[in-house]
Design a protein around this ligand. Structure first.
Ligand code: IMP
Length: 188
């Protein structure tokens, strides 16, 4: 099994990447397990820049294949916010309530949003990025308890992402799509 270090301290992302990549023959280990105790400053202005910043920082320490995911929620009615600032939009655990409040006067038909994810990959020979996107709507209340972050208010059809099983979410999610694109690149 190929071993890849994931440059993240986010347990939700690590768990999802592990589940998505295991059936494809890739074992994901956390940067902590690999001995990279760092949290690089994500000062890029795009998901791709930030994903590369994280992948490089960890690769420089571990010198083995590394993947990094930079992702976020882009809301049409907010001109794409919180976007690259999704992790810093509100204190952890209160992001859903804060966004629902900001969108309280936005009608149903204007609540379109997308989750976007860029995965950066680096090993000794290659470095590239791949991306994935999932389109949906911001709900009017939190629904479900699975997943993490904005999942309870991101509606995909009539279910929130937090009402889906892990397999259901991985099948349609921005991260699932980006990870599958990563596998295709690695097979080349
Ligand atoms: P970053 O990639 O570390 O900058 O953090 C991305 C942030 O976007 C996370 O902390 C979550 O708030 C949000 N996010 C990214 N992917 C998801 C997801 O699959 N579900 C819910 N929230 C997500």
């Amino acid at each position: 099994m190929t071993k890849i270090v994931m440059a993240t301290n986010n347990a939700g992302k690590l768990h999802e990447a592990t589940e998505i990549l295991a059936p494809l023959g890739i074992e994901v280990i956390s940067q902590k397990e690999a001995g990279a105790d760092c949290e690089p400053e994500e000062n890029g202005s795009t998901f791709a820049e930030n994903a590369m910043i994280k992948a490089k920082a960890v690769y420089d320490i571990v010198k083995m294949p590394v993947l990094a995911d930079d992702s976020g929620l882009c809301v049409d009615a907010l001109d794409g916010r919180p976007g690259v600032y999704s992790a810093r939009y509100a204190p952890k655990g209160s992001e859903c309530e804060t966004l629902l409040k900001e969108m309280k006067d936005v009608p149903e038909q204007e609540r379109r949003a997308s989750f976007q994810c860029v995965v950066a990959y680096i090993d000794g020979e290659r470095q590239f990025t791949v991306c994935g996107r999932c389109d949906g709507n911001i709900g009017f209340e939190k629904k479900g308890t699975n997943g993490f972050g904005y999942d309870p208010i991101f509606m995909y059809g009539d279910k929130s992402m937090a009402e889906m099983t892990a397999d259901e979410k991985n099948e349609i999610s921005h991260r699932g799509k980006a990870m599958k694109a990563l596998c295709e690149m690695l097979k080349k």
